[in-house]
Design a protein around this ligand. Sequence first.
Ligand code: ATP
Ligand code: MG
Length: 507
Amino acid sequence: MVNIRPDEISSIIRKQIERHNQEVKVVNIGTVPQVGDGIARIYGPDKVMAGELVESEDGTIGIAPNPESDNVGAVSMGDGLTIQEGGSVKATGKIAQIPVSDAYPGRVVNAPAQPIDGKGQISASEFRLIESPAPGIISRRSVYEPMQTGLIATDPTIPIGRGQRESIIGDRQTGKTAVATDTILNQKGQNVICVYVAIGQKASSVAQVVNTSEERGALEYTIVVAETANSPATLQYLAPYTGAASAEYSMYRKQHTPIIYDDLPKQAQAYRQMSLPSRRPPGREAYPGDVSYSHSRLLERAAKSSSQLGEGSMTALPIVETQAGDVSAYIPTNVIPTTDGQIFSSADLFNAGIRPAINVGISVSRAGSAAQIKAMKQVAGKLKLELAQFAELEAFAQFASDLDKATQNQLARGQRLRELLKQSQSAPLTVEEQVATTYTGVNGYLDVSETGQVKKFLVQLREYLITNKPQFTEIIRSTKIFTEQAEIIPKEAIKEHTELFLLQEGK
Ligand code: ATP
Ligand code: MG
């Protein structure tokens, strides 16, 4: 007779029921009736999020920028050849994200943040969404520290602060990229991470930026995100968001991060190219209606973090190419109000041989002198005023035949100040050098040299000051103030150097 123990049996059954875990896995799948121009139309998947990643049977990843109610247009992240008509596509439930880590500086990557410099894999420490909301007011503090470009044509008169957004606008081949790359070189030794995003540029121009940075030891703190002119439109569109995500990663790790988008109109064109085949209604100039929203949400991510968040910063420098100086075209008119100022590089000045060809008179920075050290403020105000007066006087003097002595002097001073703003490429100036140079110009010490000699005079003067009077740099660096005691030093240097210079020039 078998002894049946109902208690034991029921406890075993109960345990098995408890352990039984019926996992229901819902896979959100749709079918692809049509593929064309890199766009796959997918019918069937339920509730796809905007920007969600979709995956085809062979693992090709696509992104769904704006899902409609019954179908989703997905753009393939690649050349669009692998998602097949008749195949099926699965929604992944993930919004596009990229790997980030502190191994990225020094590397060149593409929009999915994969290395393209042949230097091997980059280890990731975490993932960041490529689109993340801009920090709110509470998480920011106002911009107050200088983000020096190293250009004397911008730092004294158009000061940029860390966490600001300043666009660089101008026609093709007027030195826009040079302003950006000089800014990168000038960040050396300041524990700063730079991000340079190249969108739709020639591969040769990107290679040049990378080479210059490498030669000057600036690549080690720079992340280059590059999608060149022959990359698929989708990737060109995504590149700036990838750059922004990497910059945010370092901003939230308490670092200062200037990010350059070179350039936004090319990204808008890529967006247009991928939006038209996905049947989004075209707006002005056939751009999709939300192109300005896509730029503003990108630029809004630039910020100066609050003290709770570690005071890191992300400074956005979007480059905008204009056609024949037309700033009223659609994309420039959208970017201009989204930024806190503009640096205009002018084709006329460039053609007149003025390098950098920055038009100081119409360029602005709304951070103003809040983003300057006191020593710079002390000398820069007068420079701005004199340049403005000179511009006005020069236009007027074209029509006058005999000018009185005072006007002639003022014109001569102005011409020399315009020479003072000239600077070679890849030769950024420290703030101390800029203070000394500006001081020399606004106090009339350049009036003795010929206009054509000003640049040479100043280059030599700065060398003289650095080698013979290093105390000047020390005082400005430690006190940040152009004290009376500090003023004696450049005064002496100017006097000594002028004598030498005149002798050297045989006068
Ligand atoms: P693109 O429209 O092709 O992108 P861009 O506006 O970015 O052009 P750059 O490529 O920066 O212009 O510069 C155009 C040319 O001017 C380059 O050959 C560059 O070396 C030269 N250039 C720029 N700035 C200076 C400078 N300060 N001194 C001398 N040459 C310069
Ligand atoms: Mg350029």
